[in-house]
Design a protein around this ligand. Sequence first.
Ligand code: URA
Ligand code: SF4
Length: 230
Amino acid sequence: MAEPRPLPVRLPAAKPSASEDFLPDSRSLPALREAAASCVGCELFRRATQVVFGEGPADARLVLVGEQPGDQEDRGGRPFVGPAGALLARTLEAVGIDRTQVYVTNAVKHFKWEPRGARRVHQKPSAAEVQACRGWLMAELDAVRPAMIVCLGATAAQAFLGRTFSVTRSRGEVYATPWARWWMATYHPSALLRMPDAASRAAATAAFEADLAVAAAALAGLRAAARRAS
Ligand code: URA
Ligand code: SF4
């Protein structure tokens, strides 16, 4: 892969995150997952069924970061098991990424929702809630140390790069970051599912697949280099 580009925005100054108060002494993924279950770093735990922690192998080369669990994730306790997860799974398969080898997580670990009739409707987490939850995300990345991070949507991307980063402008570009040698932002699969116009939806879905294909090629390059070295 071509050299990653320098970041298009200035890195935001690191701020303390409320969830850091709940981090366990051991920073293994199982210890983090267990500790996150009693996080009260922001108000979102109150209305959610349970924490939905990231999931996947500790030696994953690729980490995917979504926004927050949805209705089905909240009930099931696992990330990306609903309709957005199904689209994500299909796309990963199409580009040849084995989902069982990927660590999948969210910027915010509790489901934020509002009642509408009998339904629980997703609400976007605030910047303060993303900041409060960021301690978990950073601890997951410290534990996994992936070669590549792909952010799904603006909430995830802005958890790293702040609010001046625009997914619309910078999607599909690979950047060098302190968190991984390759970092990219792309569409959120839920945003694709919500696009009302069929033509724009088809175009955006194709772009999403092309972005994940770039990630697939980078990871294939890594595997080939590892084989040559061994
Ligand atoms: N959308 C997300 O951002 N994350 C999930 O886990 C499910 C849907
Ligand atoms: Fe803690 Fe994150 Fe849940 Fe807020 S959303 S309570 S910071 S785990």
